[in-house]
Design a protein around this ligand. Structure first.
Ligand SMILES: *Cc1c(COP(=O)(O)O)cnc(C)c1O
Length: 335
């Protein structure tokens, strides 16, 4: 009998050494046993939904990642989905938190139900959903985990062998896998995850405090500040805060667009979690596909601005925000 040792690397789609190295690193970062990588965050979402069959259900927030709506809605119509509970905490861009441990406790009481948490906004560095009782932690690695806005990738992490086995089968049969080179880049990005996240947090908090007391800012949202209604939960559930800062500018769409136009260090972009600072206007960018009524219900008004604060010098970022605010709201700033 001829015995060929394949080591699980018989074909690139089924597995390769670079992807395996990354998957092991991701599992250990989230305190999980198994991880699987995909060609984007949304292909990780799509792969989880393939765990479900006819008659099953997904229960999810009203405020989940914009891009997931079409997929979940489509599957809901086509497949009728089991009791999968889908959480995103904090939500994007309005930063509502869900108590993962409390939800996991309720989910566990229902036989066959399971909990998936989208952990993209916090990264594995500041939040570990599996430790709080989630069954699967999902990440868009395109954001903080890779951190340099030059890779699209997603991941699923779990402690359960049977879940991993099913996902592994789905991964190789659907084929939404990342390239070994992209895995190399994310492996490389992860080496600086801790320093990046610490600096994102430091800059994010400094900017949040600056904006909260700024006369041209109507309202600021940051779970790290006592003004956030779920500040205590944030302190219990997360070990820190990312660079996401959301605020309502004083004025309307004109002032908001003027503000963004006058920024010099913040790049106008849909993405987040980059080492460079990014800005976007959710009502006309990431959440433009929702109706005005849906946006109003979520608090996504035309004067809402989302910052993804990078790792640049704090003082430079604050000065940039200050000059752009003053120039955007000329009438408001000169009484
Ligand atoms: C970006 C993002 C996704 C989708 O990930 P892609 O890598 O862009 O496919 C999912 N969830 C959240 C919270 C995101 O920010």
């Amino acid at each position: 009998m001829i015995f060929i040792k394949l080591q699980g690397f018989e074909y690139g789609r089924c597995g390769n050494p670079t992807r395996k190295c990354l998957e092991q690193c991701l599992a250990s970062l989230e305190g999980g046993k198994y991880a699987l990588c995909y060609s984007s965050g949304l292909s990780a979402v799509m792969s989880v939904t393939h765990l479900l069959s006819t008659g099953d259900h997904i229960i999810c927030f009203d405020d989940v990642y914009g891009g997931k709506f079409p997929i979940i809605w489509l599957l809901f119509k086509l497949l009728f989905l089991k009791q999968m509970v889908w959480l995103e905490t904090p939500t994007n861009p309005t930063m509502k938190l869900a108590d993962i441990a409390a939800v996991a406790h309720i989910v566990r009481k229902h036989c066959g139900a399971f909990l998936v948490v989208d952990n993209t906004l916090m990264s594995s560095y500041f939040q570990r959903p599996l430790d709080c009782g989630a069954d699967i932690s999902m990440q868009s690695l395109s954001k903080y985990m890779n951190g340099h806005s030059d890779v699209m990738m997603g991941a699923l992490i779990t402690n359960q062998f049977d879940v991993w086995k099913k996902l592994h089968y789905i991964q190789k049969t659907l084929g939404a896998v990342p390239s070994p080179f992209d895995c190399y880049l994310v492996n490389r990005g992860l080496k600086t995850l801790s320093v990046r996240m610490e600096k994102h947090m430091q800059n994010g908090l400094a900017i949040a405090m600056f904006l909260e007391s700024h006369p041209l800012v109507q309202k600021l949202i940051h779970p790290g500040l006592p003004s956030h209604p779920q500040h205590v939960l944030a302190g219990r559930q997360c070990s820190g805060f990312s660079g996401m800062v959301t605020f309502y500018i004083k004025g309307g769409s004109k002032e908001t667009e003027e503000f963004v136009k006058h920024l010099k260090l913040f790049t106008l972009a849909l993405s987040l979690g980059d080492v460079e600072s990014l800005v976007e206007i959710p009502s006309i960018m990431t959440h433009a596909s929702l109706s005005k009524k849906e946006r109003d219900l979520l608090g996504i008004t035309e004067n809402l601005v989302r910052l993804s604060v990078g790792i640049e010098t704090t003082k430079d970022l604050i000065e940039d925000l200050d000059q752009a605010l003053k120039r955007s709201c000329k009438k408001l700033s000169t009484p």
